[in-house]
Design a protein around this ligand. Structure first.
Ligand SMILES: [Zn+2]
Length: 257
């Protein structure tokens, strides 16, 4: 099924007990929508492209600034002032020419975004604002697409996969306090923590897309960069959640028919 070049390229994955040609082909045929090509997005897009994911939508209207360079490793000093999504596509294509990249650099281009969402089996949220995470979560719920979300600030990285249509909560289910809504712009960020958060997202995405393992939907993975401890919490589903409770109501309705 794979040709000799592909066998050689993906040989270290193919040696894994859980991974085979079919898993690799599933990655080659997968399409992913990434919101944000900053610190998290550079990590996720690089890992997915290197692993052979076939199609990626990169959504980001931001331009590269010098303060981005410690965390956003796809970019160089020469890229300052250019669009993140477009520079990332150039770098990622040099790494993986078989991947098709679509860039959306205007958040108001809703038609283009939604056209991709209808054909994308997975959304990965790599934005750094609480408001945008809630909006992307609402899109994922509306389009019935699983969502992998992450955050990094200070020395803390968190990552969670959501699929409320199958089980567990959505991103909007918990009650957040004001400190949790701070961005790295406001709170500072230790650069390697961003890489860990992004690679946690990549780990869940590649496992899911290859078919080797589904994420534990609604399980929050929490990494503390000061003591290097990893912990896990289950986020509770909120039956009154303004975003996903409609799904539950429709399920209840379906069961009552
Ligand atoms: Zn919810």
């Amino acid at each position: 099924m794979l040709n000799a070049s592909e066998y050689s390229r993906y040989s270290r994955h193919l040696l894994l007990d859980d991974f085979d040609e079919h898993a690799q082909r599933r990655l080659n045929n997968a399409k992913v929508t990434l919101f944000g090509v900053g610190g998290l997005g550079c990590q996720v897009a690089s890992a997915l492209a290197a692993a052979g994911v076939g199609e990626m939508v990169l959504i980001d209207d931001d331009t590269i600034e010098i303060s981005n360079l410690p965390r956003q490793w796809l970019f160089t000093e020469k890229d300052i002032g250019q669009k993140k999504a477009e520079v990332a596509r150039t770098r990622l294509l040099a790494m993986q020419s078989a991947c098709t990249f679509h860039c959306i650099t205007n958040f108001n281009d809703i038609a283009a975004r939604d056209a991709h969402l209808t054909t994308s089996p997975l959304i990965i949220d790599c934005t750094d604002s609480f408001t945008s995470r809630l909006a992307i979560n609402a899109l994922a719920v509306t389009h019935s697409v699983p969502l992998i979300s992450a955050a990094a600030s200070g020395f803390i990285a968190t990552a969670t996969a959501f699929n409320p249509e199958i089980s567990g909560p959505c991103y909007a289910c918990p009650e957040y306090n004001s400190e949790q809504s701070l961005t790295c712009f406001e709170q500072g960020i230790f650069s390697p923590v961003v890489a860990i958060a992004g690679q946690l997202q990549a780990m869940m995405a590649l496992s899911y897309l290859s078919g080797i393992r589904n994420p534990e939907w609604g399980s929050l993975h929490h990494f503390n960069g000061q003591n290097l401890l990893m912990r896990q919490f289950n986020i509770q589903k909120n039956p009154d959640c303004p975003t996903c409770s409609k799904i539950h109501r429709s399920e209840d309705h379906a069961h009552s028919l």
